[in-house]
Design a protein around this ligand. Structure first.
Ligand code: ZN
Length: 331
């Protein structure tokens, strides 16, 4: 696999379709791994059309090359605390969902991600630092249409009160990924939160990217005791002690919790290998069900087709209106 470092800018779109995009230049950042506590550096590099998103463990060299793991649902090996990719040979990369969410939100199709440790840095617990990184590098259209995964028939999974489904868009919907998410916690701060969102570049950055991951103090203490979440702190998660938000700065949005679930789902669904044109509905769903719904979808070939999207049908993905219809906060 080649890493392209110079890609000339393509103006406009080829044949009237929405085209694939990559980064204009390579860019690096460092941060702490949530679970390992290790300092980890990632470098995002431009990649050719049809390359997809591929991680390279640059600290693990095999036959003179870093070990590669594609960002693909078939490579998901663990979904307990975060989404973990593996090469089937004990080599893994954890906490990929926030970075993948940022790449999906910024409409980046092709990128090589060099990483020198076992998990993507947690940064501030949201996807905003990765959006900033992608914007600093800039993105560029490539000479091939983006292939979208269009949902034709509903696929639904349920598990102990949790539910996830992918279904076709209505004609009136924007041609993008629509998300309805609902969570319910026995906690006064979170309680029941429900939101609907259409993935688009500007709305992603403003309404989704900044929502941080969250946890409860007693869980954090249990994880620390088990040697997990070693890098976890109030700098990279919203932490709740009973009905109190422990972070001095408070919440970034009144319904930050459900927005973070949307952020996670956007990232997990990008493991389909392409943007989804369809409606995703999640009720108390997490990484495990998000991976399971992709498996179920690909096992049901009549449920989807691949399609390039004419520029004229482009939905909110152009970064136009903020279509967030937040039914904010508890009700
Ligand atoms: Zn998350």
């Amino acid at each position: 696999m080649g890493v392209v470092t110079n890609i000339s800018e393509v103006s406009g779109h080829i044949s009237g379709f929405v085209n694939q995009r990559t980064l204009k230049s390579a860019i690096t950042c460092s941060g702490v791994g949530l679970h390992s506590g290790q300092r980890i550096t990632i470098t995002l590099r431009p990649a050719p059309a049809d390359h997809g998103i591929v991680f390279r463990r640059v600290d693990k060299i095999l036959n003179g090359e870093p070990v590669s793991i594609p960002a693909d649902w078939r490579h998901v090996v663990n979904t307990m605390l975060c989404t973990v990719l593996g090469n089937g040979d004990d080599l893994t990369i954890g906490t990929v969902e926030h970075l993948l969410s940022a790449l999906a939100g910024c409409e980046v199709d092709n990128v090589v991600i060099d990483i020198d440790g076992p998990e993507v840095p947690i940064m501030d617990g949201s996807a905003a630092p990765f959006v900033f990184l992608i914007e600093c590098a800039g993105t560029v259209a490539q000479q091939k249409p983006r292939q979208m995964l269009k949902i034709k028939k509903p696929v639904t999974l349920e598990d102990k009160g949790k539910k996830v489904s992918l279904s076709p868009l209505e004609d009136s919907d924007s041609q993008t990924l629509a998300i309805d998410f609902e969570i319910q916690f026995d906690n006064a701060v979170i309680a029941r939160q429900k939101t609907s969102y259409h993935v688009g570049r500007a709305s992603y950055k403003n309404d989704i990217a900044r929502a941080r991951t969250f946890g409860f103090l007693h869980e954090v203490e249990q994880m620390h005791a088990a040697g997990l979440a070693r890098g976890g702190s109030l700098e990279n998660a919203v932490v709740l002690d009973g009905d109190t938000v422990m972070n001095e700065e408070g919440l970034r949005y009144a319904d930050e919790f459900v927005r973070h679930k949307v952020l996670d789902s956007v990232g997990d669904l990008y493991l389909a290998g392409a943007p989804i044109l369809g409606r995703y509905q999640g009720v108390k769903a997490g990484h495990a069900l998000n991976n399971a719904i992709l498996k179920a979808l690909f096992q049901s070939p009549e449920s989807f087709c691949w399609q390039a999207l004419p520029e004229s049908q482009r939905g909110s993905a152009g970064g136009v209106p903020n279509l967030m219809r937040a039914v904010a906060a508890a009700f």
